[in-house]
Structures are given as structure tokens and as C-alpha cells.
Ligand binder design. Structure first.
Ligand code: ARG
Length: 597
């Protein structure tokens, strides 16, 4: 059966045709699910086009709304004739049989009613992007978690998602790092290749210290950059060692966080080195790039520094080297021409906003990006400490991701122990890892990404409010209903229906059931809106509302002690659908549920 929106849209266009003729039958009726479904005054869905249509045809909005309502065939779809509110909002209250049939469809569908995209695209999601020889910090945490959720959502819609981890593995700092390693090797007489780097930051600090304090070293470090660029074998060997060791650290973090990135998704900055001269040539021969103080630059219109001087995109620096701008130009061209991407999504903090805007502007000027492509910067704000300043560790350093994850585990264990003291240590470990990791990921995903947010352990680990523990707990509660149902009927005991086989008729009689049903039916449109806006918090808000409505339902409508068997089965089926949706939605966010707590 078509989904609710399709059915209502069809009825609307029939009404428009009857009331205003064929010419107006195909305008978008702007139907939205009400924020407050089942509340009598708003209806379940609203048709919002009367206001805009009124302008077009020169009539009063209220009159237009009345004509639509009169022409609207509501039988079989709505419970009653549509009503009009305010300047011309049309409220629809869905008929119970339609709601029940829709729910049954959703319950019987593995995709929970979410359609696959009609136009599948090749989408590049550029996320995480940590830098070699530096520990991942909290900024990369956001880039990693948000990017991973978006990649999962787009993939679920049926797009071909190409994950690209734009590792920072190139730049002048490698001269310093490698020179340091060379000298460690010669003073210890040991080849470093097999030695694990315990702490990347430590290494970086040591090299930097020598660079700053020892002029001779600084000089050798600069020569080392030249050797690296020239492909000197000894230099390359240590460079690769740095990369491998760094990847080992990054992969460990991805693993703990449940991030889907693998080595196959790494396309580091250095990958583009061989392509850079050609990018420069192309931009120069098309007269977009000009020489400016020895450098090769493009000045896309509209970008000025505070003093009014135009800001360049640096294609080639005056020393002949290429930097971050050039690499991103090459990467964008590669993604369009070689990977065939039509949508390219970059997840980084909002300080890089201008960088990407300018790279996109140049790509448009060069004709790489046109109307058939979308390049989007998914920008995010800063994580703040309680003091409102960027989140720092107690020693005042930027917070290392690995430390953050350790602390999440320890704190989650404490929370679990307080909540339920008869868990064994092993159980507590599993629960804590789901709750702890889930909590920090969810805290990040659930806040509007563009805004800064305050990092607060107590809040994110709380079992109340819009948090991962709250959602996971809702899931666990439903699972325990099923365990009890199994023991009571004696029909299977433990290991009970994950999904109720042969979905029983769903009944939507009580207002709490109705509110829950209407929320469930919004799942598909929520997924679509996340995919369009690239805002994972919309899915979080949905899941939170779903779980809250579930709790209201559960308070009001007894499940296991329902008045009769049919009601009981129907309510169990509704519970089951809520559980499946929670689990599915959390999975799209990259958060795992547990079955028991
Ligand atoms: N390595 C960069 C950083 O740490 C992020 C890379 C983002 N992706 C890109 N194509 N520039 O800020």
C-alpha cells in the first residue's frame, strides 16, 4: 500500500482538480505530519498550501481552504471531514483502519517503510580525516561520528556511498618528524620499522622541541622535506612507518567507536601529489589561475580579507610546493571525474567553512562542478567544557580521543553498578561499552551540529532525557516485556520472538496507541530529511519522541495484562515495532543496543 503522504497527496490533488481545475491539480499540497499528532486542534496531518495558492489565484486563503475541504473526498482516509484552522491550515485526522493497515505494512517490512531512493546517486562522504603523527582529538571525534552516521543513512537509502578518509599525511612537519626518527635510529642503532609508537603526541612534541631549540636540526629537517618530496628511499621508509603506526592508532579508535571506516577508505593527501601539477596546468591554461607574488592563485569573486584584499585559493605556493587548498582541488576533481560522484559531502568543523566555499567556487569556475552535482560542507561547532571554553583535559591540553573513550567506559560502569547491583563484572563490561560509547556518540549527534555544545558526562549518561541510555533502556524494557510474555505463555521461554512472526492485526484504539502509531509512521520521512539536510539530530529527536510516546503508551495501556488476547497480541506487535524502529534508528546513528540490562 502507498504510504500516508502519498495517499493524502493523491486525495489533495483530486480535490484541487475538482475545486480549481487541472491547472492547479499538481501543485505540492505541502502536507506535513503535525508536531502534536492526535491533539484535536492540529489533526494528525496538515495541508498547508491554501495560503500560497490563495496568492496565486487571488482569493482569500480561508476561502481557498474551504473549497479544498468541500472537494476533499475523505471517506476511507480520514476519520471525519477535514477542519480548517487559523488563516487556512487544513487539518486531517486519519481513519483508524488506514492507520492500522499502514502499521501492519511497516511491521511486515524489513525496511520499516523506508523506501529506497528513486535516483540512486554516487555519494562521497569525506569524514574523520585525522592527521598522521598526531593523536586524534575531539574535533576529529565529531567529524568521525557525524560522518559515519550520514554515510550509514545515505547507504541505507540505496545510494552508492564512497567513504573517503582524507588523512593528513603530507606537509612540511614531516621533515621534522622524519629527521627526528632518523637521528633516533642512528643513536640507538636500531631500525624503527618494527617498533610500535605508544604515543603519537609524545613523538611530535619531541621532534618539535628539537626543531625549535636546535638550529642545525631545523636545517636538516628542512632538507628532509626536500628528500621526502624527491622520493628518497630511506626517508620514504620512515614516512610510511609513521603512517602505518598512525593508522594503527586510528583504527583502534574506529573499532572502539564502531566506525565503519577501514584502510580501504583511506585516500590520504599524498595520494593527490601526482595529480597536482595537472590541476595547476588546467587552471592556468583556462586563465582562472594567475601568478601573484610568485604563487599561482585563483581569486574566486566575493571572498575578501578584512582589509578588502581578495583572498586566494592557493594552487601552488611561491616555493613551488602545494598545500591544503591544492590537494582539495585535486580531490574534488578526482571525486567528480574518477569516482563519478554527484554528491560530495565534507564533514569538518565550521572553521573550514570558507576553505570549502572557496574550493567549491573554483571548481564551479573550472566547470568541474555543475548543476548535476552537489558539494556540501557539513560543518559543526566546537565541544565546550563547563566553563564555556573549548573542551580541554585537566592539564589544559586538547582532549585525546583514546582518553575520552577510557573515561566513558569507567563512568558507564559506575552508572550501571549504581542502577543494577546484581550484574556480574562481565555483564557490566558489555553494558558499559554500549552505554558509554553510545552516550558520547549520541550526545554529539543529538545536538544541532552547527552549534557548539557543552560536554557533560552526567547529562549524557543519564537515563532520563534525550540520551543514548534513555533510548537503549526503552529498547531493553520492550525486550523484557517479550521475555515475560514468553514465560507467561510458556510458549518458548528465553530466546523469544525477535520479530513477531505472522504479524497480528495491529489495533490503534487508545489515544496513546494512536500517538505512537502516528509517530512510527513518520520514520521514512525523518530518514529522508536527515539525508537531505545532513543533520543527524533530526533522527535523534524522532527516536527520543518515539521512546517517550512508548513510555506513555506503556503507562496507560497494559500489555501483558490486556483485557483480551487480541488486544494483548496487538499491543505486543506494537511494542515490537517500536523496538525494531529504535534499534534500526540507533544503528543508523552508529549506536548499538543491548538486549538486557
Ligand atoms: N585533516 C584535516 C584536519 O584535520 C581534515 C580533512 C578534511 N577533508 C578534506 N578534504 N579537507 O582538519
Amino acid at each position: 500500500m502507498p504510504d500516508v503522504l502519498t495517499i493524502l497527496t493523491q486525495r489533495c490533488s483530486d480535490a484541487l482538480r475538482r475545486a480549481f481545475g487541472e491547472a492547479h491539480a499538481h501543485i505540492d499540497p505541502l502536507i506535513r505530519a503535525s508536531a502534536n499528532p492526535s491533539g484535536k486542534q492540529f489533526g494528525d496531518y496538515q495541508v498547508n498550501l491554501a495560503m500560497s495558492l490563495a496568492k496565486v489565484i487571488g482569493q482569500k486563503p480561508r476561502d481557498v481552504a474551504e473549497k479544498i475541504v468541500t472537494a476533499f473526498d475523505w471517506q476511507g482516509v480520514c476519520e471525519e471531514a477535514p477542519t480548517i484552522a487559523g488563516p487556512g491550515f487544513i487539518n486531517l485526522r486519519l481513519a483508524r483502519p488506514l492507520l492500522e493497515a499502514q502499521l501492519a505494512d511497516m511491521a511486515g517490512d524489513e525496511r520499516l517503510g523506508v523506501p529506497t531512493a528513486t535516483h540512486a546517486e554516487t555519494v562521497v562522504v569525506d569524514y574523520s580525516g585525522p592527521n598522521v603523527a598526531k593523536e586524534m582529538h575531539i574535533g576529529h571525534f565529531r567529524a568521525t561520528v557525524i560522518g559515519d552516521a550520514l554515510a550509514r543513512v545515505l547507504e541505507f537509502q540505496g545510494h552508492q556511498v564512497i567513504r573517503q578518509n582524507h588523512l593528513g599525511d603530507w606537509g612540511t612537519q614531516f621533515g621534522m618528524l622524519i629527521e627526528h626518527l632518523v637521528e633516533v635510529e642512528s643513536s640507538t642503532g636500531k631500525a624503527l620499522d618494527k617498533l610500535p609508537i605508544a604515543d603519537l603526541n609524545e613523538l611530535y612534541r619531541a621532534a618539535k622541541k628539537r626543531f625549535d631549540e636546535d638550529a642545525g636540526f631545523a636545517d636538516r629537517a628542512r632538507k628532509r622535506v626536500v628528500a621526502l618530496q624527491a622520493g628518497d628511499e630511506k626517508t620514504l621508509r620512515l614516512w610510511r612507518y609513521l603512517i602505518d603506526e598512525s593508522k594503527r592508532h586510528f583504527n583502534a579508535a574506529y573499532q572502539r567507536l564502531g566506525i565503519k571506516l577501514t584502510d580501504a577508505d583511506v585516500r590520504a593527501e599524498s595520494f593527490y601529489n601526482p595529480l597536482l601539477p595537472d590541476v595547476a596546468d588546467e587552471l592556468e591554461s583556462s586563465k582562472l589561475a594567475v601568478h601573484s607574488d610568485g604563487a599561482l592563485c585563483v581569486f574566486p569573486p566575493g571572498y575578501q580579507a578584512e582589509d578588502g584584499r581578495p583572498v586566494p585559493v592557493m594552487v601552488r605556493k611561491s616555493d613551488g610546493g602545494y598545500g591544503y587548498d591544492a590537494t582539495d582541488l585535486a580531490a574534488l576533481r578526482f571525486r567528480i571525474r574518477k569516482l563519478g560522484a554527484t554528491r560530495i559531502v565534507y564533514v569538518t568543523d565550521s572553521r573550514q567553512k570558507q576553505h570549502f566555499a572557496m574550493v567549491f567556487a573554483v571548481a564551479k569556475m573550472a566547470g568541474w562542478l555543475d548543476d548535476t552535482h552537489r558539494a556540501e560542507h557539513v560543518a559543526f561547532g566546537t565541544i565546550l567544557g563547563e566553563d564555556g571554553k573549548p573542551f580541554k583535559s585537566r592539564s589544559g591540553d586538547t582532549v585525546k580521543l583514546a582518553d575520552l573513550l577510557d573515561e566513558a567506559r569507567v563512568r558507564a560502569i559506575a552508572v550501571i553498578a549504581r542502577k543494577n547491583s546484581d550484574t556480574t563484572e562481565a555483564q557490566r563490561e558489555t553494558i558499559a561499552s554500549a552505554i558509554g560509547i553510545g552516550a558520547i556518540k549520541y550526545a554529539d549527534l543529538s545536538s544541532d551540529r552547527i552549534k557548539d555544545y557543552v560536554f557533560n558526562w552526567d547529562r549524557m549518561l543519564s537515563f532520563d532525557g534525550n540520551t543514548a541510555p534513555y533510548l537503549i533502556n526503552a529498547y531493553v524494557r520492550i525486550k523484557s516485556i517479550f521475555r515475560k510474555a514468553g514465560t507467561q505463555t510458556g510458549s518458548g521461554g528465553e530466546g523469544l520472538p525477535q520479530r513477531v512472526e505472522a504479524v497480528p492485526t495491529l489495533i490503534v484504539a487508545d489515544s496513546a496507541e494512536r500517538a505512537l502509531a502516528l509517530k512510527l509512521l513518520q520514520y521514512a520521512s525523518v530518514i529522508e530529511s536527515v539525508a537531505q539536510s545532513l543533520e543527524p539530530h533530526r533522527l535523534c529527536t524522532f527516536l527520543y519522541e518515539l521512546a517517550s510516546l512508548f513510555h506513555q503508551f506503556y503507562e496507560k495501556c497494559p500489555v501483558l495484562t490486556a483485557p483480551d488476547a487480541a488486544t494483548r497480541d496487538a499491543r505486543l506487535a506494537l511494542c515490537n515495532l517500536v523496538a525494531s524502529t529504535l534499534k534500526h534508528g540507533l544503528d543508523l546513528l552508529g549506536i548499538q543496543v543491548i538486549e538486557q540490562m
